[in-house]
Design a protein around this ligand. Structure first.
Ligand code: FES
Length: 105
């Protein structure tokens, strides 16, 4: 199992807001919404679109390529053309620091 890695400070992202970060060989999207932080793969399960460049609306992030939406809390695919959820990662806050542990599923 991978370790928690510090990737940002809580003040780095407005609420709502998002950013992309590299952990090891993976690119992830960190989302701040409703006072909480969530982390998911940057890769859309439809055709590999960069979710971090998508529009955030509430707890849904829309892929910029064909518009599939994913729930940032669960990774679930909410709309077509995606039919498969994306992977979410564990987030831990310590003080002002945000740590993420990659889910290797
Ligand atoms: S690549 Fe994301 S909706 Fe098509």
């Amino acid at each position: 199992m991978s370790e928690f890695v510090k990737i940002a400070k809580t003040s780095d992202l407005p609420d709502p807001g998002k950013g992309t970060y590299e952990i090891e060989d993976s690119v992830v999207v960190l989302v701040h919404v409703g006072g909480r932080f969530y982390c998911l793969n940057d890769v859309c399960t439809h055709d590999g679109g960069p979710l971090g460049e998508g529009h955030l609306c509430g707890h849904a992030i829309a892929c910029p390529r064909h518009g599939a939406q994913f729930d940032v809390r669960t990774g679930a695919a909410l709309t077509m053309p995606a039919t498969e959820g994306t992977v979410i990662h564990e987030v831990k806050i310590e003080g002002d620091d945000i740590y993420v542990r990659l889910n290797e599923d």
